[in-house]
Design a protein. Sequence first.
Lengths: 270, 252
Amino acid sequence: MKTLKNIFANFKKYQFLMSQLISRDFKVKYKRSVLGIVWSLLYPILMMAVMTMVFSQMFRFKVEGINYLVYLMTGIVMFNYFSEASNSAMTSVVTNFGLINKVYIPKYIFPLAKCIFVGINFLLTLIPWIIIILLTQFGLGTYPASINIYYLVIPYIFLCFFLFTVGIGLLLSCVSVFLRDVFYIYGIVITIWNYFTPVFYSIEILPDYLQQLFKFNPLYQFITAVRSIVLYGQCPSIGTLGLIGLIGVATLVIGSVIFKKNQDKFIYYI
Amino acid sequence: MIRVNKVSMKFNLGIEKNFSIKEAFISAFNKKRRPKRNDFWALKNVSFEVKKGEVIGLIGSNGAGKSTLLKVVSGVMKPTTGKVEVNGDISPMIELGAGFDMELTARENIYLNGAILGYSKKFIDEKFDEIVDFSELRDFLDVPVRNFSSGMVAKLAFSIATIVNPEILIVDEILSVGDIKFQEKSKNKMMELIKGGTTVLYVSHSLESIKDLCDRVVWLEHGEVVKIGPAKKIIEEYYKAQMGEEMPKKVS
């Protein structure tokens, strides 16, 4: 209990620094672009248009009985969040070494700030996502998406998803200090992970034993939970929601503990 | 206020070499070819105390461990053995402009750098004009720092760093930045801060300024404390040891 209190006191103390780091990322990201933050909305829409074209028109992917466009978009938006956030969190400690070496700042701030920064972008991409869901009610695609009371569960799923991502981010940023190879290895891992997560296909096209194996993929659990609400109008079972919470919290705890144990050694390796 | 108790700091200079898989394999199978652990003790059993309001100077040749000691005291590094106790807010002026983002404007950097130095938003809001006036850069507030000359960057950084009134001030030779006029101004500002009753840990190669400012001096050499004592006495001994002759009475 006391440690938890300390953690929150620390958050509060460095809240301003955190917000400065995040707003710095926004300013730098959209520096000298005419459309600026509009890109956060426009980019996913355009990406979606391309992906939809490729997968539904060229490859003729579809999932029976549901709106494939929403199916695809949910997968891509969520997977992209994870991939982008974990990647930028991974490099954050090493790239901020100039600071770490000179001023005392709690080091967890860097990966956490990255996960929040990408998270804000993720929330912005939810706007076109919701617009598409609404448009399916008016005949976009073969089937309409479902709109129901269970949408209220989605913030909980996203929160667990965020905790999971922060946990992985802390872990990667810590390991990559000692072993720079992780930068390259993770690039490969994330590509493999992308194909082994049913982003643009349904796992029902896979053989049975693979379907069972895929359920061990945390990303599958998060994405499927959101899809079952948005596409099938079904609330995930209490068991599933509990599992999702457990994955999120456990990953965060593991990531934080490993990060905390090693953070004093960072300075010798950068 | 600050208690440095038997602090030692070890660096492993062999670390860079031992960093490939090939080396790791070789060392796993062949004990003889294992890279020698090249331990380097940047600080060895350093102990001293700084009382509240005292101004302490650190002297010693390059590589004596002065900057490492400052980093240990400011919390950037954890000592390998020993303990550092600090009571009070520390304002580290170790390196100016750490954390400046060259893409951002001067205005944005004042907030970012301020946050890094641990200032609150309210504090920066209040002191914003003071910082800008001191830096003499009001006309360039909304210009990206990328377009600044190095002198302008230093002026801005100095103005942000010295706006505080900390309980403990750690200074690593930043007295003179900018043009002649600003150098004089910044020197006065530092004097004002140091003489303002704060506890100061001050590193400099300028023996004159140490003699002027410090109550006591810690003389470090090869990571070890050679002597601790009154500023004037230690500095004269130091000068003699370094140059092999008596210190001239007045250098001007």
